[in-house]
Structure formats: C-alpha cells, structure tokens
Design a protein around this ligand. Structure first.
Ligand SMILES: Cc1ncc(COP(=O)(O)OP(=O)(O)O)c(N)n1
Ligand SMILES: Cc1nc(C(=O)O)sc1CCOP(=O)(O)O
Ligand SMILES: [Mg+2]
Length: 214
C-alpha cells in the first residue's frame, strides 16, 4: 500500500477489542462498523476481561478474515508475534512498546504505525521508518487509562507546521461532535474506540462519522 492509499485508509480507523464492545460480539460489532463505512481496523485487546492465548488467536483470525473479505487493512496493536500469526497488514506500537526502528526492521512487509505525542516523537518516528502516526489524546478519553495529557488538534497542526508529512490520524475521545477540528488541523483521519464499539448501533455511528469526514 502506498502512502496515498494509506492516507485514505486512515480516514475512519476503528480500534477495538472485546472489552470495548459492552458485552456485544466483537465480530458482529466489526461487521456492523464495516457496513457503516470504517476504512481501517486495529485489534487492541486490552483492559478488564481481555482475551489471551488461543481465545485471542481465534478471535483475531475471525476478525482478520472479515477485514480481508472487505479489503479493510487489519492492524494488530503492540504484539509482533500475534501480528505475524494473524498475517496482519500491520502493527501499531507506542512509545512504551518495542522501539520503532527494530519493529520496522523485523516487519519489513507490514504497515508500521507509531504513537507520537509531540513534534520530537513524530520526528523520531519518521526517522525510524514509521508509515503513519497516531496522535493523541485529542480529547479526554475513558478508554485508555494511561493516556497522556490531552493535546487537542493543535498538536497535529504543530506537527504539520514542523514539517511532518507522514499519514497521520488523531485518536482519543473523538466522536461525531468533535471529529472535524482534527481533520482541519491536518489529520488524514480519526481513530476511535468507544464512539463506534460502544455505540448502540455501531453501523449508524460509523456512517454518521464517515458522513462528517467526507
Ligand atoms: C491509531 C493509534 N494511535 C495510538 C494508539 C496508542 O498506542 P499506545 O500508545 O501504544 O497505547 P496502547 O494502545 O498500546 O494502549 C493506538 N493504539 N492506535
Ligand atoms: C488507544 C488510545 N490511544 C490514545 C492515545 O492518546 O494515544 S487514546 C486511546 C483510546 C481512544 O479511545 P476512545 O476513542 O474511546 O476515546
Ligand atoms: Mg501500545
């Protein structure tokens, strides 16, 4: 996938694991979100009740296959081994995960997404071979308990002004009411967890977001 294709794929990026689905079946949630128009998916199985081992592998394989059927890029959060086992299209790593340069080296064929919270981290991620950046938290979030201080869309504008041209997605507390400033600040898209996975209708939530983003 080239950089322009990746920018398009990042438009509405669903990040989700079973703990984010409020008791609903994650497969059904992802199916509905795809019907609503999401353009990229990340399996992020974290938090209370998170699946592990063979149960995680089984869920991952089903979600991976659903994404493949719909040509939705399938990304795995944090775990290189799981990404390889599931033949994922990519991996997303943060500042507290394995160093981006080493992951880039080991997973040459995959999309490598890196979290960046300021211009310095964005410049380092670029130098280390990141394909895209996740910049957050844009707004207050209750999903990631160890999230950094809220940066707001201004941080994305600062990165663009600082010469960061990489595909870039905002994350953290984003929903249909506040997605537009993130795009206007220079992001290629928004990444959301609860706005879709925790919605009464994930399909309607995704289609409302995609309508706003277009
Ligand atoms: C698209 C996207 N952006 C940022 C993150 C956060 O990654 P990280 O800081 O490693 O935190 P965890 O998600 O691992 O808790 C992300 N997952 N996706
Ligand atoms: C996974 C994640 N990363 C963040 C960051 O700031 O890097 S915030 C976050 C959680 C986003 O969940 P919600 O859309 O429900 O607020
Ligand atoms: Mg991480």
């Amino acid at each position: 996938m080239n950089s322009e294709e990746l920018r398009k794929a990042l438009r509405l990026y669903l990040v989700m694991g079973s703990p984010n689905c409020g008791g609903a079946d994650p497969y059904a949630v992802l199916e509905a979100a795809i019907a609503g128009g999401i353009t990229m998916f990340q399996l992020r199985e974290k938090g209370a009740g998170a699946l592990q081992g063979s149960a995680l592998l089984e869920l991952g394989a089903r979600l991976r296959s659903l994404c493949a059927q719909h040509q939705i890029p399938f990304i795995v959060n944090d775990d290189e081994r799981l990404a390889l086992e599931l033949e994922a299209d990519g991996i997303h790593i943060g500042q507290e995960d394995a160093p981006a340069a080493a992951v880039r080296q080991r997973l040459k064929h995959m999309i490598v997404g890196v979290s960046a919270h300021d211009l310095g981290e964005a410049q380092s991620a670029l130098a280390e071979g990141a394909d895209y950046l996740g910049v957050g938290p844009q707004y207050a979030t209750r999903t990631k308990l160890d999230a950094r201080e809220v940066q707001g869309p201004a941080m994305i504008a600062r990165m663009r002004e600082g010469g960061i041209g990489l595909p870039l997605v905002g994350i953290g507390g984003i929903d249909a009411t506040n997605a537009l400033p993130v795009i206007r600040a220079g992001a290629d898209g928004v990444a959301v967890v609860s706005a879709i996975a925790g919605a009464r209708s994930p399909q309607e939530a995704a289609s409302e977001l995609i309508r706003i983003l277009q």
